[in-house]
Write a protein that binds this ligand. Structure first.
Ligand SMILES: [Zn+2]
Ligand SMILES: [Zn+2]
Length: 101
Protein backbone atom coordinates (compact mmCIF):
# COMPACT_ATOMS: atom_id res chain seq x y z
CA UNK A 1 0.00 0.00 0.00
CA UNK A 2 2.77 2.39 0.98
CA UNK A 3 4.85 1.29 -2.00
CA UNK A 4 1.95 1.95 -4.33
CA UNK A 5 1.64 5.50 -3.02
CA UNK A 6 5.34 6.08 -3.61
CA UNK A 7 5.00 4.89 -7.19
CA UNK A 8 2.10 7.26 -7.73
CA UNK A 9 4.03 10.17 -6.27
CA UNK A 10 7.01 9.45 -8.55
CA UNK A 11 4.68 9.30 -11.53
CA UNK A 12 3.28 12.73 -10.68
CA UNK A 13 6.78 14.11 -10.20
CA UNK A 14 7.80 12.89 -13.65
CA UNK A 15 4.78 14.57 -15.20
CA UNK A 16 5.66 17.85 -13.49
CA UNK A 17 9.16 17.70 -14.89
CA UNK A 18 7.80 17.09 -18.37
CA UNK A 19 5.36 19.97 -18.09
CA UNK A 20 8.13 22.31 -16.99
CA UNK A 21 10.24 21.34 -19.97
CA UNK A 22 7.73 22.63 -22.51
CA UNK A 23 8.71 26.30 -22.43
CA UNK A 24 12.47 26.01 -22.75
CA UNK A 25 14.31 26.95 -25.90
CA UNK A 26 17.46 24.93 -25.40
CA UNK A 27 17.12 21.22 -24.88
CA UNK A 28 19.85 19.13 -23.38
CA UNK A 29 18.15 15.94 -24.50
CA UNK A 30 17.87 16.51 -28.20
CA UNK A 31 15.20 14.47 -29.90
CA UNK A 32 16.75 11.12 -30.65
CA UNK A 33 17.44 10.72 -34.30
CA UNK A 34 20.36 9.96 -36.52
CA UNK A 35 21.42 13.30 -37.89
CA UNK A 36 22.73 11.68 -41.04
CA UNK A 37 19.14 10.72 -41.85
CA UNK A 38 17.49 14.01 -40.97
CA UNK A 39 16.18 15.80 -44.05
CA UNK A 40 15.32 19.48 -44.01
CA UNK A 41 11.84 19.88 -45.50
CA UNK A 42 12.58 23.39 -46.72
CA UNK A 43 15.58 22.71 -48.95
CA UNK A 44 15.33 18.92 -49.13
CA UNK A 45 18.97 18.46 -48.12
CA UNK A 46 20.34 16.24 -45.38
CA UNK A 47 21.06 18.12 -42.20
CA UNK A 48 24.66 17.63 -41.20
CA UNK A 49 25.07 20.64 -38.96
CA UNK A 50 23.18 23.68 -37.76
CA UNK A 51 20.08 21.63 -36.97
CA UNK A 52 17.15 23.12 -35.09
CA UNK A 53 13.90 21.43 -34.09
CA UNK A 54 10.37 22.75 -34.20
CA UNK A 55 9.14 23.30 -30.66
CA UNK A 56 5.77 21.85 -31.52
CA UNK A 57 6.31 18.92 -33.87
CA UNK A 58 10.07 18.37 -33.42
CA UNK A 59 10.69 18.42 -37.13
CA UNK A 60 14.38 19.01 -37.87
CA UNK A 61 15.39 21.95 -40.08
CA UNK A 62 18.57 23.77 -40.96
CA UNK A 63 18.71 26.86 -38.80
CA UNK A 64 19.33 28.98 -41.92
CA UNK A 65 16.32 27.46 -43.66
CA UNK A 66 14.09 27.97 -40.62
CA UNK A 67 15.08 31.62 -40.40
CA UNK A 68 14.52 32.06 -44.14
CA UNK A 69 11.10 30.43 -43.87
CA UNK A 70 10.29 32.20 -40.61
CA UNK A 71 8.37 29.22 -39.22
CA UNK A 72 8.06 25.46 -39.19
CA UNK A 73 7.79 23.91 -42.64
CA UNK A 74 5.28 21.27 -41.53
CA UNK A 75 1.86 21.87 -43.03
CA UNK A 76 -0.55 23.09 -40.39
CA UNK A 77 2.11 23.61 -37.72
CA UNK A 78 3.53 27.09 -38.46
CA UNK A 79 5.33 27.18 -35.12
CA UNK A 80 7.75 30.12 -35.10
CA UNK A 81 9.91 29.05 -32.15
CA UNK A 82 12.61 26.45 -32.62
CA UNK A 83 14.81 24.53 -30.21
CA UNK A 84 18.50 24.04 -30.64
CA UNK A 85 20.17 20.93 -29.26
CA UNK A 86 22.77 22.12 -26.81
CA UNK A 87 26.18 20.62 -27.30
CA UNK A 88 28.20 19.40 -24.34
CA UNK A 89 30.77 22.05 -25.09
CA UNK A 90 28.15 24.81 -24.90
CA UNK A 91 26.95 23.44 -21.58
CA UNK A 92 30.50 23.61 -20.20
CA UNK A 93 30.96 27.16 -21.46
CA UNK A 94 27.76 28.22 -19.70
CA UNK A 95 28.87 26.65 -16.45
CA UNK A 96 32.20 28.43 -16.73
CA UNK A 97 30.44 31.75 -17.28
CA UNK A 98 28.10 31.12 -14.36
CA UNK A 99 31.05 30.51 -12.06
CA UNK A 100 32.96 33.61 -13.10
CA UNK A 101 30.01 35.94 -12.44
ZN1 LIG B 1 17.47 23.23 -45.27
ZN1 LIG C 1 6.35 22.19 -36.48
Amino acid sequence: MLLRFAELAIGLYDQTLLAEGVGITFVQDAPQLKLSEAICQICGEKIKEGVVFCRRCRTPHHQDCWEYNGACSTYGCRETQYMRPQSRRAQREQKKMARSV
